[in-house]
Design a protein around this ligand. Sequence first.
Ligand code: GLY
Length: 298
Amino acid sequence: MPEHGRWTVVVHGGAKTIAPELSARNRAGCTAAAAAAAAVLSRGGSAAAATEAALRRLEDDPVFNAGFGSVLNGDGEVEMDAAIMDGTTLAVGAVAGVRRAPNPARIARALLHEHTVLLAGEGAERFATECGIPLCDAREMISNEALASENAQAHDTVGCVALDMHGALAAGTSTGGLPGKLPGRVGDSPLPGCGLLADDRVGAVAFSGDGESIIRTTLAAHVMHALELGRGAAAAAETAIERLGRVGGEAGAIVIDPEGGVGIAHNSTHFALAVHTDSLKKPVAAIGRHELQELLDG
Ligand code: GLY
């Protein structure tokens, strides 16, 4: 259990190659998302609420492949996946193939209160309507076609892990998936044990990267297993990226342990990141874990 009042949040905007002209926008977007989560955590809010706040900020920023920046599938349409897991109750709220939701993370969080874990397509949208969560026309989601095709140069997913001042952990993901994907294809992001996991007793993890590779290697489950074996958050994140080598592919992981220890690993050229804690004055953002470490050490 962390000392009373301590909180930590890590967000990522995707494991990818970031064109130099998009670097500042990636940093700014991750900074804003970490600040949104910090606003919740610093007033005693829950890790799950903070995770939703961060994901929604990333979904609203079209530089990221989630929400309004989602890439298009093979039919030229947007189909989004998202999930949030609460490490206290082990509840999971996940949605897949959503087309008319500006903020799929909002539906995912609402689903945490239900017994159902995963809702797909129109079922998820109907549930959103019942919860009073606004939807939009599917065409509005593809209005950022120019940026979506820019994002298509490098797929990614957004994610967040958070530890609140009550010792609760949460993890969340949101994505437009892979550019040109088969219509109906679902990636790792809404699948607990693959794209995310959270357990107050062990840690929380969220991934970005090649969904099929992450699913086949059940990467989130392996991160948690490494944490249970007593490996630290940094080593647990590394373990996952090493395991990915069995099938190949690109990925990035953000990990947080119950004491607020942070682990980050990626085999992509870049990984848009931001970290904020109760002991920092403002979020620290970077394009890759080495840069982040230098900034935190400096
Ligand atoms: N990691 C996101 C996806 O493959 O759909």
